[in-house]
Design a protein around this ligand. Structure first.
Ligand SMILES: C[S@@+](CC[C@H](N)C(=O)[O-])C[C@H]1O[C@@H](n2cnc3c(N)ncnc32)[C@H](O)[C@@H]1O
Length: 190
């Protein structure tokens, strides 16, 4: 992944990826309406827009200024932060909910990102990660496509993400809202 690629795509990103079926995943998300939510790699706010109503504010963090610019056009209510997922500019144990949709496989430093999420996660907080399962046959085409456009993506299977999270002192539960995708709910180990 390079910032350039998403920045170049930013103004057409939403048309390119299409709309998001939030209702399909809503029941898997343990949202706390009184708390703000951090949408990590939140891009144009395509998904984050739902949290504007369902949480106490939505912070969109992304490394691409142009993606965030598109998010600003979508809603004035987003709190926008340009930054890197592996060096998060938030206080330790300050956030109760972190959401990562379709971004982890684009992030170069996945372990550093999980580690930093752990650092800023409040006690009893949750990191919710939605990803494509690289072991699902039809996702091979997505993986191939992202290779061709040189995204340098690194897709993880649920088992690989589980190992990565457990090594960072997180417990993890996996849900499968569809055959090709999974949702991981991660919490601090006691
Ligand atoms: C495929 S888009 C997903 C955007 C949004 N989550 C969605 O579902 O529409 C991936 C996003 O991750 C961002 N990204 C990639 N690496 C990042 C990093 N290390 N830190 C922050 N954002 C990153 C990209 O700029 C891009 O906006």
């Amino acid at each position: 992944m390079s910032e350039d690629t998403f920045s170049k795509l930013a103004h057409r990103y939403d048309d390119f990826v299409g709309s998001f079926d939030y209702e399909k995943i809503r029941k898997y998300l343990p949202l706390v309406p009184e708390e703000p939510i951090l949408d990590l790699g939140g891009g144009t706010g395509r998904v984050g827009i739902y949290f504007v109503e369902e949480a106490n504010g939505c912070i969109l963090l992304d490394l691409s200024f142009k993606m965030l610019n598109e998010a600003r056009k979508r809603s004035q209510k987003f709190m926008l932060v340009q930054g890197l997922s592996q060096t998060l500019p938030f206080r330790e144990q300050s956030l109760k909910q972190i959401f990562v949709n379709d971004s982890l496989h684009h992030i170069r430093d996945q372990i550093g990102t999980i580690r930093d999420c752990y650092t800023i996660l409040a006690p009893e907080g949750k990191i919710i990660i939605r990803e494509f399962n690289r072991k699902y046959f039809w996702n091979l085409f997505l993986i191939l496509f992202e290779k061709i456009v040189r995204f340098k993506s690194k897709f993880l299977s649920p088992e690989e993400l589980t190992t990565m999270c457990e090594e960072q002192n997180l417990t993890i539960s996996i849900y499968k809202p569809s055959k090709g995708t999974y949702i991981a709910i991660c919490e601090r180990k006691n």
